[in-house]
Design a protein around this ligand. Structure first.
Ligand code: C5P
Length: 237
């Protein structure tokens, strides 16, 4: 059975905000996502603190550079103890393979490596007129995901609504990590294509990334536990 889990997006600006929030979760130690805002503000020390506290960490830094730079940077990231990291599939196959090589630690272990395909903020017009990609968003997502799989990556970040198709094309072992989660009846806020934890699980999401529905809840501990229960129960049925 593959690991499936809920990852809480720590979309905070400072260490104090992070630990105020985590303090409200009591003894719970969820899988957390550290993105660019928090990482640029607090750096590697925060990742180490989260690991010491018992959290798994998805370091969401979306690397995209020449293969050597990405490989060397992934080596540094891997030594921070991150459990999952990512890059842009648009960086190409040589970059993705170099990233994987860079991630391997001296003991042979490495974090999971997943690829961002097409950012959800990139629409069909931007893809065609600015990035000069002459294919549809769906075709581009599929091809980028297939490239990532062919390079040996573990999966992709995608919408829960794309997860089913990606598993159908690339197999159930290829991970889908999906943001855009909202609880039944909740406000979508700025998310466009959303799913509940249950429906994301049924569509085959392996990891759901949940931010504001948990971080802004009156009782984040209860929101997290309810979300995780709903997701894992639906995933195991
Ligand atoms: O608060 P919310 O649940 O919308 O947070 C979702 C998290 O997932 C944020 O950290 C956001 O940056 C990230 N994300 C996303 N859509 C993507 C990629 C990442 O919402 N396509």
């Amino acid at each position: 059975m593959k690991d499936k889990d809920v990852i809480i997006a720590l979309d905070f600006h400072s260490r104090n905000e992070v630990f105020d929030f985590l303090g409200r979760l009591g003894t719970l130690r969820p899988y957390v996502k550290v993105g660019m805002e928090l990482f640029y503000s607090e750096g590697a020390r925060l990742v180490a603190e989260l690991k010491e506290r018992g959290h798994k960490v998805f370091l969401d830094l979306k690397l995209h550079d020449i293969p050597t730079t990405v490989s060397r940077s992934m080596n540094v990231i891997s030594r921070m103890g991150a459990d999952m990291v990512n890059l842009h599939a648009a960086g190409g196959s040589a970059m993705m393979k170099a990233a994987l090589e860079g991630l391997v630690r001296p003991d042979g272990t490495r974090p999971l490596l997943v690829a961002v395909t097409v950012l959800t903020s990139t629409d069909a017009a931007a893809l065609k007129n600015e990035l000069l990609v002459g294919k549809s968003v769906a075709e581009t997502v599929e091809t980028y995901a297939a490239n990532a799989a062919a390079c040996g990556l573990d999966g992709v970040v995608c919408s829960p609504l794309e997860a089913e198709n990606i598993h159908a094309k690339l197999g159930m072992d290829f991970l889908t990590v999906t943001p855009g989660i909202r609880f039944e009846g909740a406000d979508a806020q700025d998310q466009k294509r959303i799913a509940t934890p249950e429906s994301a699980a049924r569509l085959g999401s392996d990891f759901i990334v949940v931010g504001r529905p948990i971080t802004c809840a009156d009782r984040p501990d209860e929101a997290y536990l309810a979300c995780r229960k709903a997701f894992l129960e639906a995933a195991n049925n």
